[in-house]
Design a protein around this ligand. Structure first.
Ligand SMILES: [Zn+2]
Ligand SMILES: [Zn+2]
Length: 636
């Protein structure tokens, strides 16, 4: 066996920074270009290294990944025979996946593991980085009985630099970077357990995952844990059950959503608003079928570029048909149904179109990752000279609708040509230029995601930030010169020629399912009066007011309000608790005095106790709030 250990260059990153006098107390690692390198890495030169302070978000990732090492060490100390796999930093913390002989981990294991981690942190063990030859690494992990590490090692390309990171007795095959010592991990918490397949593939062994998070100080950790608690309370799956909005049934299948009456009511309100605004702003509405011939998807390129997300064909009279993953080809066929003139363009066609896409069962998540969903789709067909203005209008229209639903904070991302794309690079460049110009003129600022576009064109994604500061992608606006080519679309120009139109694809809310899930979490289930299935509940103090309460309910209902009357035998306190838990915007109490004076004592979900008011005033107040929000556009 030969060991080919490369000669170590002279100085560590720490020494380079020290030499230049830029190593500070809070330097956690260093940055070279866009790459983070840890202080233990040896480099032949260090002129272009910049210190990475703890306050940089990238430093948090380094800390969290190191915390994953410490957790893995603690787990192997406490649960002998457990094999390690991988432990990356993720958005809000880190995890490590283990193969434990006695089965998965449970919440009750976590305090012990935390306790052991605290010992490792208190020992302030330095992290040591060693570059080794493949044979040496293999011998080490064979000796330690780590089959997953051996598998990872085997998959590394032949020219890869193999690095080990060691603290104390524990060692991991890892690229890094890491913080210099375990003592840096002062504020951490293990947050949960889950099952996860090795390499995310359900044909592989199920592993035990432990989630955790870490921060540089206690205060930041505390704030984060409060946010997690709040997010748990707002989880749309939990609220969906409690408020009886929707469910998913094993009998029907994962990722296929059942909308219950209240959820369906809210969805219909959203859809009605969506339809009304589209009709008011130059769109026509379409309906299209759920399946189409395989040839259609061949021609559109979906079978080439999108096959993994589509379901297997079904046969009808000897022809293969496919469940639609997208609405585009159907709208294209409407366009092709007759000759189009330049005078008709732009055509703006919208559809609440239900599509079906394959998602692995392990990826399904409530309403956010599903297999069947209704896109609020639109396809626009236009002349090239109309592209700039239309994109500007689309950005304006989309953000105005998002604002109407209470999302006032959003960020725009321009996603450019991906590697596996089709079509003429010049057309791609033109489309990217048009989108970029639209974003610049909209003046909201944007980021660029290189290579993030769809296979047929570049796109703008709009991400909204919710009440907890989390970012969700909803709207997408995609320019497309490829489909008009694939389907040979033309229009009759004024000069008698037949040029190709440009297509724009757009979803605004994304899908009804996903948007509803995001909305439930954003509002914590407290839908505004215009969306709420029950806008107000009239509660009696005793059975003596039953007749008045029913009459009062009738008065409100004749004004188009959605009012419940609770004249049941429960105590008033219990009734208030129940209706509040249902997030009803207004509660109106009717006691003897209110019945005599034809008033109600009103409690608003948003503003608290409003005191007694005449029944008519209560109805006026609700009616004013029941109107859908106006759409505020810059380019009406
Ligand atoms: Zn590592
Ligand atoms: Zn489309």
């Amino acid at each position: 066996m030969t060991t080919t250990k490369p000669a170590a260059p002279e100085r560590t990153v720490r020494q380079w920074l020290e030499d230049r006098g830029v190593l500070a107390e809070d330097t956690v690692a260093a940055v070279r270009g866009s790459e983070v390198v840890d202080l233990m890495t040896r480099l032949p030169d260090g002129d272009d290294l910049l210190p990475l302070p703890a306050s940089d978000p990238r430093a948090l990732e380094v800390l969290r990944h190191t915390a994953a090492h410490v957790m893995a060490d603690a787990v192997q100390r406490l649960f002998p025979g457990t094999k390690v796999t991988i432990g990356p930093a993720i958005a809000d913390g880190f995890y490590y996946d283990f193969d434990r002989p006695d089965g998965a981990f449970v919440e009750a294991d976590l305090p012990r593991i935390e306790e052991e981690m605290r010992r490792i942190v208190a020992a302030d063990l330095p992290l040591e980085r060693v570059e080794v030859g493949r044979a040496e690494a293999e011998a080490l992990f064979r000796k330690r009985g780590e089959p997953y590490k051996l598998e990872i090692l085997h998959d590394l390309p032949p020219d890869a630099t193999i690095t080990l990171y060691r603290h104390g007795e524990w060692v991991d095959l890892c690229r890094g970077p890491h913080v210099p010592s375990t003592g840096r991990i002062r504020a951490f918490r293990l947050t949960g357990t889950a099952g996860a397949y090795w390499r995310g593939d359900e044909r592989n062994k199920m592993l035990g995952r432990i989630y955790g998070t870490a921060f540089f100080d206690e205060e930041a950790l505390r704030e984060h844990l409060v946010r997690i608690e709040e997010a748990k309370k707002r989880d749309h799956r939990k609220l969906g059950r409690e408020l009886d909005l929707f469910s998913v049934s094993d009998q029907i299948g994962g990722g296929l959503v059942l909308w219950h009456p209240k959820g369906a009511f809210i969805r219909r309100q959203i859809e009605d608003y969506w339809r009304a605004q589209h009709l008011a702003h130059g769109y026509d509405l379409l309906f299209s079928p759920h399946i189409g011939r395989a040839e259609l998807w061949q021609r559109s390129g979906h079978l080439g570029f999108y096959k993994d997300n589509m379901y297997a064909p079904m046969e009808i009279e000897g022809n293969p048909y496919i469940l639609k993953p997208m609405n585009c080809p159907f709208h294209i066929e409407v366009y092709r149904s007759r000759v189009r003139s330049y005078r008709e363009l732009p055509l703006r066609w919208a559809e609440l179109g239900t599509v079906y896409r394959f998602e692995r069962s392990g990826q399904l998540h409530g309403l956010l990752r599903v297999r069947g969903f209704t896109q609020d789709d639109a396809h626009l067909f236009l002349r090239r000279d109309q592209l700039g203005e239309e994109i500007l209008r689309l950005i304006d229209f989309s953000t105005a609708i998002l604002r109407a639903f209470g999302f006032t904070d959003y960020r725009m991302v321009l996603a450019t040509r991906p590697k596996d794309s089709s079509g003429d690079p010049a057309l791609w460049a033109e489309a990217e230029r048009a989108l970029r110009q639209g974003l610049e003129e909209a003046g909201t600022g944007f980021e660029v995601e290189e290579g993030g576009g769809a296979f047929y064109g570049p796109k703008i994604d709009i991400h909204v930030r919710d009440a907890l500061g989390r970012s969700w992608q909803c709207s997408t606006i995609q320019a497309d010169f490829i489909q008009p080519e694939n389907f040979d679309l033309t229009y009759a120009a004024a000069d008698g020629t037949l040029p190709r139109p440009v297509m724009l694809h757009r979803t605004l809310l994304g899908s009804m399912e996903r948007f509803f899930g995001v909305l439930v979490e954003h509002l914590a289930g407290a839908f505004p009066v215009w969306l709420a299935p029950v806008q107000g509940a009239i509660l009696t103090v005793s059975e003596k007011q039953a007749a008045y309460a029913r009459q009062a309910g009738e008065v409100c209902r004749t004004r188009g309000l959605r009012i419940a009357v609770d004249d049941g035998p429960d105590k008033l306190g219990a009734k208030i608790r129940e209706w509040r838990s249902q997030r009803v915007p207004y509660l109106a109490v009717a006691g003897d005095r209110e019945a005599a004076e034809r008033t109600v004592a009103v409690r608003s979900r948003a503003e608290g106790d409003l005191g007694p008011m005449p029944l008519a005033a209560f109805a006026d107040r609700l009616a004013a709030e029941a109107a859908p929000p106006p759409l505020v556009l810059r380019y009406p």
